[in-house]
Design a protein around this ligand. Structure first.
Ligand code: ADP
Ligand code: ZN
Ligand code: ZN
Length: 725
């Protein structure tokens, strides 16, 4: 009897054995199995000789769904690592990373690698087909244009084409055949890229020299130092050696220019972009094309770190400090960290690029575990001059200081662009009653409802609550209600009042919701039909606006004092990005930060633009206080109808933890920073240790207790290396 061991997407951290008479069943293939009263799709992860379950009790697998393994050994190894490291069931991990189309139950479907015309098919004249049989005619033309057509090319053309293909096969016009060998790759023409600077060239050479073996590299380059060109040159070398390249970016929607740049730079090289807003079928097609080696460059967001790439030769993580590489729900993982693990498993270099690397990464570079490459100079520009507007001495009108207003006015006169950055959308962060002090709290979250004046709505940015702005105070009935504080809409209105003739463009989640909206706005900015930009961090990402020379920062102080120990690191990175938008060519960029804490070390460091010094001081603080990266953390999160229930579960969990006499520190349960969210109340319990091994040992011992202690009243999850509390 043959046995298979299957990973299933069920919330228990174990694998399941089945009998399987299909001798062709391979590790890495999908299989349909009975599970309770359901039928589930799982992945075969082993073919054991024996099972712990008695033979008579083993159920029989229904059918093997893939003739060839869907996941190779290397892919499974990464997934197994992730499941183990992040303490998440392997089946759930695998299923979270597969395209949805592959997670659905369908009958066994042979997916031959490629198709070619038979002799009869080749002799066919397209005019013998009915002119109305459009799909058939197109398909025949396609098949006649090339000796072999890949399966993914055909499935990309849609259902009518697939039907036509089946008809052709039935007619004996088309036969399936092996996938064609990739044509030998020639070095992409050096194309239209600029000549590299000496620093860029040295960095690109160092990366090229590392190809072929594991080497983590930090490419630390200030904003506008030309990191992208370095990636492109390293990619060109990797491609010329026959490798596939994985390029991870925080958000594709915000950086569409990178996609077009990559495509334009490597004409003829198949590129696939992978992100969460792809339709299921399209995602599957691209994933398959990456997996079968046809696509040579994958440009993707965090989930694409798992994309099977048989010829992977280089991994690049752009803006590696960005928090969107962290998955914060369900299977919580860091794509940046897994990229490094994958590079190690595969024996290839991984390049982490940033102007403000994460402190975890920086420490690895300082300690020489990562190779450090530096681009210290801007391309064709001096660094911007950054200064603070001290709000203790300068008054503001509608949130704008006189100095900022004057500076914007000057830029308008010179025909230059300015940007006002405020990290809060809406009109005002809260509505308040002047007579009784009532504030617009969200009933379902520990948060205020934000005033959206234009639509006259009060909205919660956490749970989505959306209600009308009341005409009178719900508490005392007084009509004296006023918005307090600033949001993008209010700053936009204030600027319009100051500069009635200026063309103002607001860029935040509300104005960029429509597909392609942001792309259209970017063209407007580049075409100089905008004088002042107002917006949130969407504006901070690596955009290149050649006529933007002034950046004003409003309300950053709010982010200065937070009980998250990473707040300073994040704010520094964000403001560096924002400041990096100012100044191009011979124009001196200017950055004005409005603050009531002008002496704060963070602002001082920002003015000096000395990331190295600031990062070292933050690291020294972390070391002293016993924070990551000097300790490793795991968070046990719980949520329930009331925080009391969540805390009760955590108390039990803490008790069982201490009972294990662990070599790790177990803290007391506390309510989460944002205790209430969407009607649920949240708390957590932190466990940490300076030894990963100790933490690991402890987690393995603790996990069974958690499963036991768990009640239906409280939902819990473990998060390894938590990024938010
Ligand atoms: P970063 O990602 O480091 O902030 P970019 O890669 O966006 O910087 O480069 C900034 C700008 O400089 C881009 O417009 C890019 O096209 C241009 N650039 C990069 N390298 C060169 C070069 N060697 N010569 C001229 N322009 C360059
Ligand atoms: Zn009131
Ligand atoms: Zn809410």
């Amino acid at each position: 009897m043959s046995l298979i061991r299957v990973a299933l997407d069920v919330p228990v951290a174990r694998l399941f054995d089945y009998r399987c008479d299909d001798r062709t069943a391979q590790i890495g293939a999908r299989v349909l199995v009975p599970f309770g009263r359901q039928k589930l799709i799982g992945i075969i992860v082993a073919r054991p000789d024996t099972s712990e379950v008695a033979e008579t009790k083993l159920k029989r697998a229904i059918s093997v769904l893939d003739a060839e393994p869907l996941l190779g050994r290397a892919d499974l190894r990464l997934l197994e690592f992730a499941a183990d490291y992040y303490v998440h069931p392997l089946g759930a991990v695998i299923m979270a990373t597969l395209p949805a189309a592959l997670r659905r139950v369908r009958s066994r479907e042979e997916t031959p690698a490629a198709y070619a015309l038979t002799a009869t098919g080749t002799a066919l004249d397209v005019t013998t087909l009915s002119p109305r049989a459009r799909a058939q005619r197109d398909l025949l033309a396609l098949l006649q244009s090339r000796p072999v057509i890949d399966h993914s090319d055909i499935s990309a053309l849609g259902a009518a084409t697939r039907k036509a293909l089946l008809a052709f096969i039935a007619q004996g016009w088309v036969q399936t055949c092996a996938r064609p060998q990739e044509a030998p790759m020639t070095l992409p023409a050096p194309s239209t890229g600029p000549t590299l600077t000496a620093d860029q060239s040295a960095a690109a050479k160092a990366i090229a020299a590392a190809l072929g073996s594991y080497q983590p590299i930090l490419l630390w380059g200030i904003t506008s130092s030309g990191k992208t060109e370095v990636y492109l040159h390293a990619i060109a070398v990797a491609l010329s050696r026959g490798s596939q390249v994985l390029l991870l970016v925080p958000e594709i929607a915000l950086t569409p220019q990178l996609e077009s740049l990559v495509i334009a730079r490597f004409p003829g090289i198949p590129v696939a972009t992978l992100h969460s807003s792809l339709a299921d079928g399209e995602r599957n097609t691209r994933w398959q094309a990456a997996r079968n080696g046809r696509v040579r460059i994958v440009l993707g967001t965090r989930l694409s770190v798992f994309t099977p790439l048989p010829d992977l030769g280089l991994i690049i993580v752009d803006e590696e400090h960005d928090t969107s590489f962290k998955q914060g729900e369900g299977f919580r993982y860091s794509a940046r960290d897994l990229a490094v693990v994958r590079a190690r498993h595969t024996g290839v270099p991984v390049v982490l690029g940033s102007a403000t690397p994460a402190l975890e990464t920086w420490r690895n570079a300082v300690d020489h575990r990562y190779q450090l490459l530096n681009l210290p100079e801007r391309i064709n520009a001096r660094p911007p001059v950054i200064s603070c507007v001290d709000l203790r001495h300068e008054k503001t009108t509608d949130g704008l200081s006189a100095r900022l207003i004057t500076a914007i006015g000057k830029r308008i006169d010179r025909g230059e662009q300015s940007m006002v950055f405020i990290n809060r959308r809406g009109y005002a962060p809260v509505l308040m009653c002047g007579s009784c002090g009532w504030m617009s709290d969200c009933k379902r979250c520990s948060a205020k409802l934000v005033v959206h004046l234009r639509d006259r709505r009060l909205r919660c940015h956490h749970c989505g609550h959306d209600g009308a702005v009341p005409s009178a105070c719900p508490e005392c009935g007084d009509a004296d209600l006023s918005p307090v504080g600033q949001g993008t809409q209010r700053i936009e209105a204030a600027l319009a009042k100051q500069f009635p003739k200026a063309r103002i463009l607001r860029v935040d989640r509300d104005t960029t919701r429509r597909k392609d909206a942001w792309q259209a706005m970017r063209s407007r900015i580049r075409e100089r039909t905008v004088d002042i930009l107002v917006g949130t961090q969407i504006l901070a990402k690596g955009h290149d606006f050649p006529h933007l020379n002034l950046v004003g920062v409003v309300n950053a102080d709010g982010m200065l004092y937070s009980n998250d120990f990473r707040a300073a690191e994040r704010l520094y990175a964000l403001l560096t990005q924002v400041a990096g938008r100012a100044g191009r060519g011979d124009q001196q960029g200017e950055v004005l930060i409005q603050t009531e804490f002008a002496e704060h070390p963070l602002y001082a460091a920002l003015r000096d633009q000395d990331f190295d010094a600031y990062a070292r001081s933050l690291l020294a603080e972390r070391q002293q206080a016993g924070f990551p990266p000097y300790v490793h953390q795991v968070l046990l999160r719980a949520e329930a109808r009331t925080v009391g229930v969540a805390l009760q579960f955590l108390e039990q969990a803490a008790l069982s933890a201490r009972h294990l006499k662990p070599a790790v520190t177990v803290y007391d349960p506390v309510p989460a920073n944002m205790m209430r969210k969407s009607g649920r109340e949240r708390a957590h319990l932190l466990v940490q240790s300076s030894s990963r091994a100790d933490l690991r040992t402890f987690l393995n011992a603790w996990r069974p207790y958690l499963a036991e202690t768990a009640s239906t009243a409280a939902r819990w999850s473990l998060e390894v290396d938590p990024a938010e509390f």
